[in-house]
Design a protein around this ligand. Structure first.
Ligand SMILES: [Zn+2]
Length: 182
């Protein structure tokens, strides 16, 4: 007996890694710098996993409710970042700096790590100075910086704008209908 691997096969064929990255580049141009374009596929049926390279690393991203992170290094230095959710959906976005190859630069570019670190150093340094003079400023400032970096590293700079399949015809990604927001 032959089992059809795609029992609900529609007009959309499963998306390849290349098609997803290509679509995301166009979507990202449309949403601008303030938001991160996200492509949502409702299940593995819509993803051609054979077209993906082995994930370069699984470094966890900011917590958006995902149960797993998969990161694929692209040749142009960016990263295709996939996230799997408990309901089976998988979401992809592009990281301007690939987290597997440049984790620190990635954190500085995509999260509030640097800002919160600086604020932590400033605020706790001032408190430390009041409490214990220059020695306190140094000690408390260092702790504040560390706390700020840790907290900021999990705080994305941009909000996510989710485009869900089957609203994206991969053969013509510019013909996008209604985006969904989250
Ligand atoms: Zn990412």
């Amino acid at each position: 007996m032959i089992i059809n691997p795609y029992p609900c096969k529609s007009e959309y064929s499963p998306a390849t890694a290349t098609a997803i990255a290509y679509t995301l580049r166009h979507l990202q141009e449309q949403v601008g710098q303030e938001e991160t374009a996200v492509v949502r596929l409702s299940s593995d049926d819509h993803i051609d996993w054979d077209s993906f390279p082995v994930p370069a690393c699984g470094l966890p991203g900011s917590d958006v409710g995902q149960i797993a992170d998969m990161r694929f290094s692209l040749t142009d230095g960016t990263g295709l970042h996939g996230q799997r959710f408990p309901d089976g959906r998988v979401e992809f976005h592009l990281d301007q700096v690939d987290a597997c190859r440049a984790p620190i630069e990635h954190g500085a570019r995509e999260t509030r790590m640097v800002q919160y670190g600086a604020w932590g150093a400033l605020v706790f340094g001032a408190l430390g100075y009041v409490a214990d003079g220059p020695r306190g400023a140094l000690l408390w400032g260092g702790l504040g910086a560390g706390g700020g970096v840790a907290f900021g590293a999990n705080t994305p700079k941009r909000s996510r704008r989710v485009f869900a399949l089957p609203e994206i015809p991969f053969s013509n990604p510019l013909a996008i209908r209604q985006p969904t927001y989250s």
